[in-house]
Structure formats: C-alpha cells, structure tokens
Design a protein around this ligand. Structure first.
Ligand code: NAD
Ligand code: ZN
Ligand code: ZN
Length: 361
C-alpha cells in the first residue's frame, strides 16, 4: 500500500510502497478515507519533537473498518470511524477518573519484533497508533469511534484532532463561563476551534491573536470579536487593554515558549491560561512569581481533555445543528501525493486546514 514516509527531519515526505500486518487481538484494520494535515505532524517533520524514523505521520484520520482482530466487538467491518490518536484501555485510573485522554495503558499484545508497517524487512514506525498518511492503518481498536450516518468522513477526520482539541480545551479543560473574556493566540486549525467553541460557551469577548492578516479575518468569521496582529502590536498589552487588566481565559495554540508566556501574562487576576500548542519538550516556560497573589492558573490541555464517548457525539450533534463550523476549516484538499505541498502551505500560514483525500467512502 501507499504511504507518505518521513525518513529524516526537515526533508520532504516520500510516497512509498509499504506492507501492513494483519490486525492481532484488540486491533483493527482501517481503510483510510481522509486525513487532516495538523501542525503536530509538522513538529515531527521539523524535528522539534523526536520520532522513531522512518515514520508514517497522520493522526487526524477517518476511514472505514476493513477487518477486526479477535476480541474486537464495538466496531465491525464496514463501520465508518474516526481513528482516535489516544486508544484508551477503559479500566485504569485515568479512564475510570474521566480522563481517558491521559490513558497510557497498552491495549494489545503486539510485540516489538512484529511491526505493523514494514518497508522490505525494515520496520517503519507509525505516529500515535494511527499512522494515517497511508491507504490503510492498523490501530488498537479502542481508539475507534463510529461516525453517524450523514456526516462526511472528511468532517469526521477533523473531529479526530483539531475540533476535539479546540472544543475540549474550552469546554473541558478551561470550562469557559458565559459572559467571560477569552484570548486565543494562534488562529490556525486548532485556534479556530477554540474561538468557535468559546462563542458557543457564551464568552462575551473573544480576542484572536495571529501574525497573518488573512488568519485574523477568518477568526472573525469563527466568532472573534476583536483581532490583534502580533506582528505590529504587543499582544499582551493589547489584550490587557481590551479586557481591563487581562482575560479570564487565554489559550496558546501555536507551540512556542514565547507565546505560552504571553498567554500566561495576558490572563488577568484569577484567570486561567491553557497551553494547547506543542511547546518543545526541552523548553522551559517561565511565569511571574506573583502567581500566588494573582491566583492565576496555568494548565495544559491534551486532546481537549476528551471523554471520547461523551464529547465526540456532542460535537457531531453541535455540527448537525449548525453550531460548529467544520467544513469552513478546510481551505485546501489534496490527494496523498500532494502532502508536501500541504505542509508547505501550513508552514507559511496560508491555510486553516488542508485535507488529504486518500480513499473514497
Ligand atoms: N494539545 C493537543 O492535544 C494538540 C492537538 C492538536 C494540535 N496541537 C498543537 O496545537 C498547535 C496549533 O496547531 P494547528 O494545527 O492549529 O497549527 P497552525 O499552524 O494551523 O496554526 C498556528 C497559527 O499560529 C500563528 N502564529 C505563528 N507564530 C505566531 C506568533 N508568534 N504569534 C501569533 N501567531 C502566530 C500562525 O500564523 C497560525 O495561524 C500546534 O503546536 C499543534 O502541535 C495540540
Ligand atoms: Zn493534530
Ligand atoms: Zn486507561
């Protein structure tokens, strides 16, 4: 099967012919239909996050189940599914505690010497158990969630990362209150979902910060009440000015130390700053020692603190009611072969989201 392979950091992906193993107990084989191109994939290409190379990226994925391994009962061949990039075990302290996004328990007995993907005799690793930039994917089946009829798998793919991440950061991680003020740094695929979910949560003021004017224009369509171009304005001072001292909730949706520090600084007294962006693991975020008297909170948000079987159906329902705009996130569509162009556009800030149309439904 065809897959896009990362062979070395900072190099283009190459479309190669790989073999894929059968699903073992607890796994499923999915024929990939659509995959979004997320900045998290780009972090691995750029080398800001280390990966075991060669590697197939792609974690914002939807497709059709082709075959299930022994013991898999909640999905079957023919089901249209999202491939979650966390595959929760369902019975650890995180799963039982309502935080399945934090589960790290292995759910299958796949041995290290039996890789799912191979190029000849060489093992090829896969991102996050999904490895979606390929025609097929074998994944731990607990990560699979059925997509309701009538919802396209392109839309479902985006729910698999950017929509869940942005919506969940607002609703689950921050718990934004009606009437509160919100600032969002980075109006890309994830940031736009933070913005539209803050609108849904009833925020009175939503300030979008970006450095690309076109991004700020799109941010307004998604619910931003104010926009700040960080290229010509100090975003911290501007947000403090617009909110009378700082926002109640701030979100970093880029993945940089500097903007994480800005997010913390632009939160007001009693405010909460949520780091959604993949800040490099070697970077240290520094914050004022006055955190105690200001009663500020600094929080991370992984996969929108998702409770998958609660949140994904709600997101689909909100989408069906016209309350979440998902099609509007997609600026460009490419075949798998267009993947490097899609990453070039993401790097340059020219798209909200690109979708790879890898297979047909
Ligand atoms: N926490 C999670 O579970 C999770 C899930 C998905 C993505 N992410 C991360 O979220 C981040 C955003 O992902 P995305 O796909 O939306 O990326 P993106 O590239 O689509 O968006 C980033 C935006 O930030 C803007 N930007 C860049 N530098 C800036 C600066 N200094 N000031 C203001 N704006 C700036 C860009 O113009 C762009 O619009 C990435 O780090 C990604 O890895 C995290
Ligand atoms: Zn992602
Ligand atoms: Zn678990």
């Amino acid at each position: 099967m065809k897959a896009a392979v990362l062979n070395a950091p900072k190099t283009p992906l190459t479309i190669e012919d790989l073999t894929i193993d059968e699903p073992i107990a607890g796994e499923a084989l999915v024929r990939v239909v659509a995959a979004g191109v997320c900045h998290s994939d780009l972090h691995f290409i750029e080398g800001t996050y280390p990966g075991r190379l060669p590697m197939v990226l792609g974690h914002e994925v939807a497709g059709v189940v082709e075959q299930v391994g022994p013991g898999v009962t909640h999905v079957q061949a023919g089901d249209r599914v999202i491939m979650g990039f966390v595959q929760p075990c369902g019975h650890c302290k995180y799963c039982d505690g309502g935080h399945p996004n934090l589960c790290q328990t292995k759910t299958t007995a796949r041995a290290a010497d039996r890789p799912i993907l191979k190029r000849g005799d060489q093992a090829v690793s896969g991102m996050a158990g999904t490895a979606g930039f390929a025609q097929y994917s074998v994944t731990p089946a607990t990560g699979l969630m059925k997509v309701p009829d009538g919802i396209g798998l392109d839309v479902a793919a985006l729910v698999g990362c950017s929509v869940m991440t942005g919506y969940g950061a607002v609703v689950n991680t921050a718990k934004v209150e009606p009437g509160s003020t919100v600032a969002v740094i980075g109006a890309g695929g994830v940031g736009l979902n933070i913005i539209q979910s803050a609108r849904l949560a009833g925020a009175s003021r939503i300030i979008a910060v970006d450095m690309v004017e076109a991004k700020l224009a799109v941010a307004k369509q998604f619910g931003a009440t104010d926009v700040v171009n960080a290229g010509d304005t100090d975003p911290v001072k501007k947000v403090q000015e617009l909110t009378g001292g700082g926002a109640d909730y701030t979100f970093e949706a880029i993945g940089l130390k500097v903007t994480a520090e800005q997010a913390y600084a632009m939160a007001g007294r009693g405010g909460t700053a949520v780091i959604v962006g993949m800040v490099p693991p070697t970077d240290q975020i520094s914050i004022s020692g006055l955190i105690w008297v200001q009663e500020k909170t600094l929080k991370g948000s992984y996969y929108g603190s998702a409770r998958f079987n609660v949140d994904m159906p709600r997101i689909f329902s909100l989408y069906q009611q016209g309350k979440l705009n998902i099609e509007g996130l997609v600026t460009k569509r490419f075949p798998l072969e267009g993947i490097n162009e899609a990453f070039d556009l993401l790097r340059s800030g020219a798209v909200s989201r690109s979708i790879l149309e890898i297979g047909s439904e």
